[in-house]
Design a protein. Structure first.
Length: 118
């Protein structure tokens, strides 16, 4: 599975942005997908996840009520709608996929930069 993340940019605090992650290749094998982020000098952290078939969604506490993860299976695309953005949301955002029968997220997108100005 190959992933292509896009949609990052520069936005003012309080603003909104939507990230996209397009999957290609063996998309029928996708079981779960997640967004992660990594800020400068910090470790990569989980942001949000979605079960590809059942649609169950889950979020990090830091983004609950502000971010919404979704997917359009027909387009093999996952989205992250980000509202009420804060400067601490500034990071490179990565999408990742877990395939059926695997325990790890073995497919990763190249990352897209989000910068939130105060």
């Amino acid at each position: 599975v190959q992933l292509q993340a896009s949609g990052g940019g520069l936005v003012q605090a309080g603003g909104s942005l939507r990230l996209s992650c397009a999957a290609s290749g063996r998309t029928s094998s996708i079981y779960d997908m997640r967004w992660f982020r990594q800020a400068p000098g910090k470790e990569r952290e989980f942001v949000a996840g979605i079960n590809w078939t059942g649609g169950r969604r889950y979020y990090a506490d830091s983004v609950k009520e502000r971010f919404t993860i979704s997917r359009v299976n027909a387009k093999n695309t996952m989205y992250l709608q980000m509202n009420s953005l804060k400067p601490e949301d500034t990071a490179v955002y990565y999408c990742a996929a877990q395939e059926l029968g695997k325990t790890d997220f073995s497919s990763w997108g190249q990352g897209t930069q989000l910068t939130v100005s105060s």
